[in-house]
Design a protein around this ligand. Structure first.
Ligand code: NAD
Ligand code: UGA
Length: 349
């Protein structure tokens, strides 16, 4: 039987009293203390590889990454390849995966607008069929599953800052819809499997995250500006430049994901840094910190770009005891260092 949620949306039935599917008998073994087997889909990507680093720190964890390398790379996982507690599988989540695991962090999905718009039909398949496949796997083996959803489910938000109770303002037929609506359906699937089959689910709504290992030509704003500043190219601010985003450093985000997985709350829970900046402010900060000689150039924007975005993280604070620690001005130099190494650009004396 479904019950009312306790997250403020009293009229929605979001939780269930159904028993979750049974986990592997190894979990109840008295004598054999098995490792926790954790699947990370999309683990060769930016956030996924940082998550793998954290999970591998715990000697009780065995980590399996499934990735099709569309936007991710083996380089991001180089230090774990060959490790006895680590396994890397080339796998596309739109195909079923038959393995035995206890937890699933489901991240697989291109995240930068230039990549998710490159093949929108594949992006929807990844979000819908990929999530169904991972839910089917979770159901068969009794695993807990966490979905990395996005602040993009709020679309171009009419409520500011955005709490989880806001239903969003999304264009269902626009060029971003393959991602926004794809993630909304993925959230729906998560809750339907939860209510219908008693699955243990967790949903994180992630707000713009940045840090080392982002693809240099990823196309997202922080990586673009840092790469441009280091190459001495103009910083391309897309018009009007007054649109805002709130940027979370990747280690903070990973900490939030693990707290959510290990806690008792299904979510959805916003994970992001509430510090809000216009894109012009971000360009000015990057220019000041990295290369005061570059110019800032206004360029054309793309359709349906959200005009403002800032997470309300009250739930994350209360339910997970989580809040981000790294300020933008402290995180940018850490990312700069990593980009300098990869681009082979030294610091000026
Ligand atoms: N970085 C952010 O700001 C942000 C914000 C909100 C949500 N998210 C979500 O977090 C997750 C990770 O994002 P990221 O920034 O690390 O992006 P990323 O592009 O670096 O990583 C995505 C990974 O998924 C893999 N992948 C894509 N399609 C796949 C498929 N069909 N099968 C198997 N693997 C596939 C890619 O190869 C890549 O390794 C995504 O689900 C994204 O939607 C990210
Ligand atoms: O955090 C999120 O929820 C989502 O954020 C991103 O979407 P977006 O915020 O549009 O990310 P960017 O492409 O980095 O763009 C941010 C802003 O910077 C601007 N921008 C981008 C690139 C650039 O060179 N210059 C520039 O001004 C864009 O117009 C936009 O207003 C991606 O869709 C997803 O990674 C993620 O799910």
């Amino acid at each position: 039987m479904a019950t009312d949620s306790s997250n403020g949306n009293g009229h929605h039935e979001t939780t269930t009293t159904k028993k979750p599917p049974s986990p592997s008998p190894l979990r109840f073994s008295k004598f054999f203390q098995s490792n926790m087997r954790i699947l990370v889909t999309g683990g060769a990507g930016f956030i996924g590889s940082h998550l793998v680093d954290r999970l591998m720190e715990n000697e009780k964890n065995e980590v399996i990454v499934a990735d099709n390398y569309f936007t991710g790379s083996k380089d991001n996982l180089q230090k774990w390849i060959g490790h006895p507690r680590f396994e890397l599988i080339r796998h596309d989540v739109t195909e079923p995966l038959l393995i035995e695991v206890d937890q699933i962090y489901h991240l697989a999905c291109p995240a930068s607008p230039i990549f998710y718009k490159y093949n929108p039909v594949k992006t929807i398949k990844t979000n819908v069929i990929g999530t169904m496949n991972m839910l089917g796997l979770a159901k068969r083996v009794g695993a807990r599953i966490l979905l990395t959803s996005t602040s993009e489910v709020y679309g171009d938000p009419l409520v500011h800052p955005q709490p989880e109770s806001y239903w969003g303002n999304v264009n269902p037929i626009g060029v971003r819809s393959c991602y926004d609506e794809g993630k909304r359906v993925a959230e729906t699937l998560m809750f339907d499997y939860h209510r219908q089959h008693g699955l243990e689910i967790r949903i994180a709504r992630i707000f713009n995250t940045y840090g080392p290992r982002m693809n240099i030509d990823d196309g997202r704003v922080v990586s673009n500006f840092i790469a441009q500043a280091l190459r001495g190219e103009p910083l391309t601010v897309q018009c009007p430049g007054t649109q805002t985003r709130s940027f979370c450093y990747v280690t903070d985000l990973v900490d939030g994901l693990i707290r959510l997985m290990e806690g008792t709350n299904t979510g959805p829970i916003n994970l992001g840094n509430p510090g809000e900046f216009t894109m012009t402010e971000l360009a000015e900060t990057v220019k000041e910190l990295i290369n005061p000689d570059v110019e800032i150039k206004m360029v054309e924007n793309t359709p349906d770009d959200p005009r403002q975005r800032k997470p309300d993280i009250t739930k994350a604070k209360e339910l997970l005891g989580w809040e981000p620690k790294v300020k933008l001005r402290d995180g940018l130099p850490l990312m700069e260092e990593n980009f300098r190494l990869r681009l082979g650009v030294g610091k000026k004396n």
